[in-house]
Write a protein that binds this ligand. Sequence first.
Ligand code: CA
Length: 348
Amino acid sequence: MPETNPNPPYKRIATEEAWAPAEMLDLYHKEIAEKTVDDPGFHSLWGFFAGSSDIARAHNRRIQDLDDERLRDMDRSGIDIAVLSLTSPGVQLFDPATATSLATRFNDELAEGVARHPDRYVALAAFSPLDPANAAKELERAVKTLDMRGGILNSHTHGTYLDDEKYWEIFEAAEALDVPIYLHPQTPPPKMIEPFLDRALDAAVYGFACETGLHALKLIVSGLFDRFPKLQIVLGHTGEALPFWLSRIDFMHTRISVSNRHPNVKPLKRKASDYLKENFHYTSSGVGWTPPIQFIREVIGPDRMMYAMDYPWQFLPEEIGELETMPIGEAGLKQFFEDNARALFKIA
Ligand code: CA
């Protein structure tokens, strides 16, 4: 592996870095023991990470830490600033009222951690998507009083997708506050997950990308961005592969939307790919591989592709050196590691 540049002419900002408070992990452990929520994806993923293997215990320790260990790991990796968010599925595992009250508490706790190291962290706010009025209020409180830089949406909530207009006041608030929503994966819902499970394809290997990519496309074709044209969504994992589909999505969606065969599909004001170019930003979380990053810079635009490590889920310090081999010049690397994240998350 190529070495990380020890003195780069830019700061490195990692934009999809996970955190979990002890209280939430305790609730997850309880859920795994009692199985009150029917969610095979949750049990498949967290059944392992809440377990007692060495990998699980190291993960549990790292994901809770906001002080010495995390900062040491960032230093070791060469990361200057982390954009922190509540790990998936966050509060969305719980019923809407519980999720609403937990989101407030966890946002307060995360903001306290950020305040202890203000030059190293910024954070995104959790909210309860199925309680949209309170979710919008919490987003506003988090941005205005906790200095958070956007929201984290761990994709579907109990199989519900936010392309349904009754949830759009969350997006209205994000647009009005001029902050992005990070559309982060979670395991596919019960109606979708079954064929993934027997070959263990349900989580980060492929299921996350299918489910989250679907959510992003549902938002686009619902007309969400025609209603809120300035709204900005962030996709990790090199856009959950959507940038690869731009041409085919445009061709097929145009054909479908004028066919009058689908009551919930109407023509959009712009081409489907225009929304992916103008209303979405992308990160490299979990993908320490240069071709898709360069592809997104080419087909979407170099000002919309950012670095993320996905710590501690995919803690790979050596990927930074690998990514610094991209033949995009110092200015391109600065854009990728620093400038784009500073602009989107308003990092001074
Ligand atoms: Ca992640």
